[in-house]
Design a protein. Structure first.
Length: 300
């Protein structure tokens, strides 16, 4: 009998087609949102037996210690729970989500590995393994992380995870206002990493990083970030001032720029004076500033 004449089969096919039309956009949306599986857990879920509460370890001025809410520092959180080498759960949160910074989940009794990445990037951090985390378009922002064991028992438990900062910051501090024709600064630098290993706490690839920063009237400071390969490292930094059409107005190359995890390396000077030459060896001084462990000051 032809399929069209089978009323039951036709109705089943129609229903299936309608379901596909309803479900396909939702499935597509999930794939667009992230290449990883996304799971959503609710604090009101009575079956949840693990609640993670996130805070960030901060070094305040004069080396005092402080805990700060992750919501005050980062706009995105990515979490992966590993059972051995297998991803068991992948959770993403944005600062606009309810319960941002607190995650409830249901896990069987046992010991797991957990990786938490909190950052300010525009996209999701991809946690491929405990040894590799990448970021959208390889753009690095101020970042905090946690890696360790998660011991789950039969009892519902609330676990406080304290995140630490694994990035180093380079800060350009102009001593004079930039000309109005300068619209963008381009930072091209090598010696650091745009890929992070939670297992070691350091960068794990040799990256060529490029970051651009818009220039506002009167603005004199700009920050870029990297994951050092060890607690300390050296960058080669090329700073280019561009006009609205992308033409180069000035360029300065800084050799052997020292960077340290959880510290700001600040270079101060006039970008347009002697911009064609490299800087001489600077004099080192260390100051504490804000939530960073230290600021290292250099003149060029």
């Amino acid at each position: 009998m032809p399929f069209a004449e089978n009323g039951i089969s036709l109705r089943c096919q129609t229903t299936t087609t309608m379901l596909k039309k309803l479900l396909l956009p939702l499935i597509a949306l999930l794939f667009i949102t992230s290449c990883e599986q996304v799971t959503f857990d609710d604090l009101e879920n009575e079956d949840a037996n693990v609640v993670l509460q996130l805070s960030c370890y901060q070094r305040m001025p004069f080396a005092t210690r402080s805990m700060q809410d992750v919501t005050e520092l980062c706009s995105r959180i990515n979490i992966v729970i590993f059972n051995g080498d297998t991803k068991l759960k992948t959770i993403t949160q944005k600062s606009s989500d309810s319960n941002y910074g607190t995650i409830a989940m249901t896990l069987a009794e046992g010991t797991y590995k957990v990786v938490v990445i909190a950052h300010n990037g525009e996209g999701t951090a991809t946690i491929s393994s405990i040894e590799k985390v990448t970021f959208a378009n390889n753009h690095i922002t101020d970042t905090f992380y946690y890696y360790g064991d998660l011991n789950v028992t039969e009892e519902r438990q609330t676990i406080n995870l304290v995140l630490t900062r694994p990035v180093a910051a380079f800060r350009l501090a102009a001593t004079t206002d930039l000309p109005a024709s300068v619209k963008t600064l381009r930072f091209y630098y090598t010696g650091g990493s745009s890929t992070f290993s939670p297992l070691t706490g350091f960068g794990c690839v040799n990256s060529r990083q490029t970051e651009t920063r818009e220039v506002s009237a009167g603005q004199r400071e700009w920050d870029v970030f990297t994951f050092p390969h060890a607690n300390e490292g050296l960058l080669k930094m090329t700073i280019t001032a561009l006009d609205a059409a992308g033409n180069t107005l000035a360029e300065r190359v800084l050799e052997d720029v020292p960077v340290t995890i959880d510290e700001v390396t600040r270079y101060s000077g006039d970008l347009f004076v002697g911009s064609s030459g490299a800087v001489s060896s600077p004099t080192l001084s260390i100051k504490a500033e804000g939530d960073w462990k230290a600021v290292r000051d250099y003149d060029f």
